[in-house]
Design a protein around this ligand. Structure first.
Ligand code: ZN
Length: 363
């Protein structure tokens, strides 16, 4: 006991669980089969969480209004969750809301959007989502947009290297509305354009350190330092292939296997979780210490006040050992203590830093 009972309040700044509510009809206020629900979150010390609406880019091809509609469907699930489970969770749009949720012992749930294609090139649509409670937006996902380039290869010549003039307007409007700008998934130039334009600190909600594993989704030391200098916070992700090269190679080869390729389900979210379960059961999990390596490296480069946690639960497939689901955050806190952070520092990383940034930006 003693040290093992140390469970700081967690602010997880990026989870994808709403898709399970919409596509698999799962009630996140109850114990569910995925990675995060309120029951396991409370067990793990979850105090604040950003539930993102992520829209498959396939919706863009279905015509104007489709990405916006799908985003609204996911936001409906967010609002239904907080309405149906007031004893466990509350919708939060600012620092006062965060404080009152914490005072009443319920989880503060913040609505986010992952991928600017949700706004369909319209500031009016951005404002619509803000009115529905959205307080954070990841500017771009893996698909390039006319106004912002992703970190992924394959951008055509019509895609700007960073933010277009409209992309800069999006960031400015988010600043005015008190929405947190998120640059995970952004190209390096988009990252720097957002940093330059934004009058508020920004976040990289779910990324790792490129110095440890040079994955396209991770941030270089220079980016980490510049993000922190501008008051920003990086949320270290739990995504195995981002964190470790060997584990990523193992996973690539398993994805070629007959067993993996024969998995099927009648919707994409169901298939995604079948694949996750298969990878989790078949491959040795990445050790927790590798996640700690990324956290400690980020702390060394950014400073203790600029590192947080963005698990990407329900948006990733293979989770590290001891971080399989939302009941497990305490294992990370414990490992950080063992690797030399003191309790105040662990509290800052597990939640305090993101809470401070959220308060400031939404004020
Ligand atoms: Zn993501």
């Amino acid at each position: 006991m003693g040290a093992t009972s140390f469970l700081p309040p967690v602010f997880d700044v990026h989870v994808d669980s709403l898709q399970r509510a919409v596509d698999l009809d799962q009630d996140l206020g109850t114990l569910t089969p995925g990675h995060l629900d309120l029951v396991r979150g409370r067990e793990g010390g979850l105090a604040s969480v950003v539930f993102v609406s992520w829209v498959d880019p396939a919706y863009i091809a279905k015509g104007p209004g489709s990405a916006r509609r799908r985003t609204d469907d996911l936001l409906d699930a967010y609002h239904a969750l907080v309405e149906n489970h007031p004893e466990q969770v509350r919708a939060v749009i600012d620092g006062d809301g965060l404080d009152s949720a914490h005072a009443d012992g319920v989880i503060g749930a913040i609505a986010g959007i992952e991928g600017g294609h949700s706004i369909e090139e319209s500031l009016e649509t951005l404002e619509h989502f803000h009115r529905r409670g959205v307080r954070m937006m990841t500017l771009v996902w893996n698909n390039h947009l006319s106004w912002v380039r992703s970190c992924q290869p394959g951008a055509g010549s019509e895609i700007p290297e960073g933010l277009s003039p409209f992309g800069r307007d999006v960031v400015r409007r988010m600043n005015e509305l008190g929405m947190v700008v998120d640059v995970s998934h952004a190209s390096e130039k988009s990252f720097y354009d957002a940093l330059e334009v934004s009058s508020s600190p920004i976040v990289a909600s779910h990324s790792g350190c490129a110095a440890i594993h040079p994955h396209v989704r991770n941030l270089t030391d220079v980016q980490l330092r510049d993000l922190a200098s501008a008051g920003g916070v990086v949320g270290i992700v739990f995504c195995t292939p981002f964190l470790d090269g060997e584990a990523a190679a193992l996973e690539r080869s398993e994805r070629e296997s007959e067993a993996y390729r024969s998995l099927s389900h009648d919707n994409e979210t169901g298939l995604f979780h079948l694949q996750a379960d298969h990878l989790q059961a078949t491959l040795p999990p990445l050790c927790l210490d590798r996640v700690v390596d990324h956290v400690l490296h980020a702390v060394e480069v950014c400073g203790i006040r600029h590192v947080g946690v963005g698990s990407d639960f329900d948006g990733i497939q293979r989770r590290p050992a001891g971080l399989e689901d939302a009941s497990c955050y305490g294992n990370l806190a414990q490992a950080l203590l063992q690797r030399g952070l003191d309790e105040d520092d662990v509290c800052a990383v597990m939640g305090g830093n993101m809470a401070r940034l959220f308060r400031a930006v939404t004020a």
